[in-house]
Design a protein around this ligand. Structure first.
Ligand code: CUA
Length: 334
């Protein structure tokens, strides 16, 4: 609606028009009241000017109507602004469940993205047009901020935790990607491009990578770090089974309950003693520093891909089946 407005970046996501409409409404309101107040100041200065050297003004002792108006009108205006802003905020915060997953790690001074299919890219992000995309963000060192002006989205990538954001691109093209948080010497060089492609072209691009799927890569880490010796699919290991874990509610030794989301899984790998599962001993060593943030995201995708086998005893090898994991990851693509 405002795409021709000068000084504004291109509108290339479903959120862009909504954000701009609110922003322009705020500008218009601000402009209206600035002009109104300026005119009143000048007008009153002329109308109520002193007409003779001895003139004394008439004192005024309150005016209920005037006070009600200057309280009521701003109240209505700020309430409307709040509700309008909150509505946009919530639609930014609520991620559509069918959104396509992409993992992004910020690092001085680059953005690294991993697709579930295994495609990886640096300072580039390829996405299909018309499909909701969910980004899971973290940082390997300091706080960065993932900012795509054309999509009107920005989110901090904070070390030690996951942040999520989503967007749906509305037209193919190349859009600037920035780091919007000062992160050191080459902060200004921490830039890249988001390439929005037609779905068919995106599928072709997606299959161009040589590596295995994200979950399969995670499976390799799971094997090489020996996680599999304790987290056995047959439940005979020293650690809890991980099949069907993701998204489930877990009972902890402390008596609390926690939902096994990305942050929980990450914490359980780097700080295992923080939340010990009921019925298990705090024997797991920390893997902090042994797995990169990208590796953690691969492990996450792997654990997410571990489904409860139909016949539990029948599939003891399920934990080491990259084929099954890849199939699931592939099924999540649009
Ligand atoms: Cu990363 Cu600024």
């Amino acid at each position: 609606m405002w795409s021709g407005f000068p000084l504004f970046p291109e509108q290339a996501s479903t959120m862009a028009g909504r954000v701009d409409a609110l922003y322009l409404a705020l500008l218009a309101l601000g402009a209206f009241f600035s002009v109104l107040i300026a005119c009143l100041v000048v007008g009153f200065a002329i109308k109520f000017r002193r007409r003779s050297p001895g003139e004394v003004g008439t004192p005024i002792h309150g005016n209920l109507t005037l006070e009600a108006v200057w309280t009521g009108v701003p109240l209505v205006i700020v309430t409307v602004i709040f509700l309008w802003g909150a509505e946009i905020f919530f639609s930014m915060a609520r991620i559509p469940p069918q959104a396509m997953d992409i993992y992004v790690v910020g690092k001085r001074w680059m953005w690294k993205a991993q697709h579930l299919s295994g495609q990886r890219e640096i300072n580039e992000l390829h996405v299909p047009v018309g499909v909701p995309v969910k980004l899971t963000l973290t940082s390997e060192d300091v706080i960065h901020s993932f900012y795509v002006p054309a999509f009107r989205i920005k989110k901090d990538a904070v070390p030690g935790r996951y942040a999520t954001m989503w967007f749906q691109a509305t037209k193919p093209g190349r859009y600037h990607l920035f780091c919007a948080e000062y992160c050191g010497t080459k902060h200004s060089g921490m830039i890249g491009w988001v390439t929005v492609m037609e779905p068919a072209a995106f599928q072709t691009w997606l299959t161009g990578g040589g590596t295995g799927s994200l979950a399969a890569e995670g499976g390799k880490i799971f094997q090489s770090l020996g996680c599999v010796t304790c987290h056995r699919a047959d439940a005979q290991g020293r650690g809890p089974r991980l099949e069907g874990l993701f998204g489930r509610t877990v009972a902890l030794a402390s008596g609390e309950q926690v939902v096994a989301d990305a942050d929980y899984v990450r914490e359980s790998i780097v700080t295992p003693a923080a939340k010990v599962v009921a019925g298990y001993q705090p024997v797991m060593p920390t893997y902090q520093g042994l797995v990169s943030e990208e590796g953690l995201m691969q492990l996450m995708a792997y654990i997410q891909s571990l489904q409860e086998p139909a016949g539990r005893e029948a599939a003891p090898a399920a934990a080491s089946s990259p084929a099954g994991a890849g199939g699931r990851a592939g099924a999540r693509q649009p």
